[in-house]
Design a protein. Structure first.
Lengths: 299, 335
């Protein structure tokens, strides 16, 4: 049966990274909102991770230029120590975004692992995991976050990300469990069982690809949550305020009285707009991603 | 012929809030290699449950499943894995049986890689040979497609090709043609039929359509199920010509004929009731007695009829037909 020569040999279509990107953009462009979200996210990622490489850091205190109005030298004015606001916006994105990505990554991993285990094993493992999840879901998250942050005083963005992740996984876990439970009963999963393809194949090759859009969208939503949470606890001054971050800018702008100076409008609004626009881009991108992972829309 | 796979007195019960449902009640079926068997019955008669138990996908509440003489639900490890691969199922819904996010090549490559250690070019050649065997040409173009790019009939063929990747000994096709265009049905049935000849695969087709059963199981057997029990098991030709169980008589009489004159003059069986009893409240005795024109008070509504042999290699679960030693078709004067 295996000796039939293949006529007109053509290689299996394994799209290279380039064609994958083109395909991604082609499908995403069907939803203008998704495309706008992608551009926004790319813009902010470039601002946060690439711009600091070319823009020199300006953190010299200049007492002669406290709260100066926007000018050519300082397009968004200066802060309470006479430092350039735009420069702080450029340098303030990296930490907050990295923490958000790490927090989303950790919480998604926890949710997928234990959600899939609960749904596949069922029985007592399911009951136990669900019980823990439900307890975690009922705790008021921001209050708990404030308490944890006050006790542990996370100093690195990894420890902050872990704390955020530990609060975020329950909702996603329940959703992943529900998805796996429904996929488990599908005919193609039964066929895979019948073909004795193994549990790992069934989970990672048959089920997970059908949850990709789901996981990606939840990952992005988890990022937005992590950014809000960071903004909240940093604005409240609950974590040691070292480094640069849009949220730390907000804390200082508020506590150093930027509210009372007309010329420091952009010192307050700058980080607020940066956070809000980045969040908006993320949400828009998430709404466009649904299509990208739908095999029916691929060429 | 040696028995390859056998269901021995299996039952499947489900506990529901309204009481216990007996989906399948004491069913025994045996197949040898190359056999063709059709399980026929209306929806809810337990034919799909029986098929899933035969494929080892569902554990019977009681009774046993034997494969090559071994009790499947007592085997473990390699033996169980071997059984799993030996029995493949082709599902009813061609839109749910293939993973929507995997291409045909990916779907076929997984079992070939895992069980036959075929990768790369070898796997590709095997996939093309399989697709051509199930009548999908040009196979080359199909490999890169996703299921949604194929028609229902093509998908069913891919499902069959996928089952063939592991060289099965038994194929259970659960309503495999009922969701496919009528024009495609015959060729799919022919394909399944030819596979059973060519590879000596025992094929079980589950269907509600007696016309499909008659076509597929020519030279094989038909089992008629009613409310969880096999009421008649006979060779296709004798069952169609001379059904022994009153329910089978009614089914056969309901097959439309191509010739309108025959349809008009054909004898119809009038059942006493058109209602199918609820599985939650099965009638006492023979479950068919409230609808049966031959029903005898004091016998049929009291004693559960066992599947007993009649002359001509047929088994029937009917007090009257067994006592008279004549098929119900004659008793009812239909033929």
């Amino acid at each position: 049966m295996t000796t039939i020569a293949a006529p007109a040999r053509r290689e299996l279509a394994l799209p290279g990274p380039v064609s994958a990107v083109i395909e991604f953009l082609r499908v995403l462009s069907r939803k203008p909102v998704g495309l706008a979200g992608l551009f926004g996210v790319v813009f902010f990622l470039a601002l946060a991770y690439l711009a600091p490489l070319v823009v020199p850091l300006q953190d010299r205190v200049d007492v002669t230029a406290i709260y100066s109005a926007p000018s050519f030298g300082h397009p968004l004015g200066t802060d309470y120590q006479g430092r350039d606001v735009l420069n702080q916006i450029v340098y303030g994105g990296q930490d907050i975004i990295t923490t958000a990505i790490l927090a989303a990554l950790f919480s998604t991993l926890i949710a997928i692992t234990f959600g899939a285990i609960a749904a596949t094993l069922g029985g007592r493992a399911d009951v136990l995991i669900l019980a823990i999840t439900d307890v975690a879901l009922t705790i008021p998250q921001l209050v708990l976050l404030i308490v944890i942050a006050a006790i542990f005083r996370p100093t690195s963005f990894i420890s902050l990300a872990i704390i955020l992740a530990l609060l975020q996984w329950p909702a996603l876990l329940r959703q992943i469990r529900a998805q796996v439970l429904s996929l488990k009963e599908r005919d193609f999963v039964e066929a895979a069982r019948s073909l004795d393809l193994g549990l790992l194949h069934i989970v990672f090759r048959e089920m997970l690809p059908n949850m990709r859009s789901y996981i990606a969208i939840n990952f992005i939503i988890a990022m937005t949550y992590a950014i809000y949470a960071q903004a909240a606890i940093m604005f409240l001054g609950l974590v040691p305020l070292s480094g640069k971050s849009w949220a730390i800018m907000l804390y200082f702008a508020y506590n150093q009285g930027a509210l009372f100076f007309k010329d420091s409008f952009f010192y307050l609004m700058g980080p607020i707009m940066a956070i809000a626009l980045f969040q908006l881009s993320l949400v828009w991108l998430a709404s466009g991603l649904e299509d990208v992972f739908n095999p029916r829309l691929r060429s | 012929m040696a028995t390859l796979i056998e269901l021995d007195g299996v039952s499947r019960r489900y506990a529901t809030p309204g009481g216990t449902i007996t989906a399948v009640d004491d069913v025994s079926l045996a197949l040898a290699a190359g056999d063709a068997l059709c399980i026929v019955g209306e929806s809810g008669c337990g034919k799909t449950t029986t098929g899933r138990m035969l494929a080892g996908l569902l554990r019977p509440t009681s009774g046993r499943l034997f494969f090559e003489g071994r009790d499947v639900w007592r085997t473990k490890g390699d033996d169980l894995a071997r059984f799993r691969r030996a029995v493949q199922i082709v599902h009813q819904d061609p839109y749910a049986s293939l993973n929507p996010s995997r291409t045909i090549a990916q779907t076929l490559a997984a079992p070939l890689g895992k069980h036959k250690k075929l990768h790369g070019r070898g796997a590709r050649a095997a996939m093309i040979a399989l697709l051509e065997r199930v009548g999908l040409t040009p196979a080359e173009d199909l490999l890169v497609k996703y299921p949604h790019q194929l028609s229902g009939g093509q998908r069913q063929r891919v499902s069959i090709a996928r089952a063939l990747t592991v060289d099965p000994r038994v194929i259970v096709a659960d309503e495999a043609v009922s969701m496919v265009d009528v024009s495609i049905r015959i060729s799919l049935l022919d394909l399944l039929h030819s596979l059973s000849r060519e590879f000596h695969v025992a094929t079980v087709l589950i269907t509600h359509d007696l016309a499909v059963a008659r076509y597929f199981a020519r030279g094989g057997r038909i089992a008629v199920m009613y409310l969880g029990r096999v009421v008649e098991l006979a060779e296709t030709e004798s069952l169609v010509a001379d059904p022994a169980h009153p329910y089978a008589v009614a089914l056969i009489a309901a097959i439309p004929e191509a010739d309108p004159t025959i349809t008009r003059t054909k004898e119809h069986v009038t059942l006493r009731s058109a209602e199918v009893p609820s599985l939650l409240a099965l009638p006492s005795g023979c479950t068919f007695h409230p609808r049966c024109p031959l029903s005898e008070a004091g016998l049929c509504d009291v004693v559960v009829p066992a599947l007993e042999d009649l002359p001509g290699g047929r088994s029937v679960a009917c007090h009257v037909a067994v006592r008279e030693r004549r098929p119900a078709a004659e008793l009812l004067g239909v033929r």
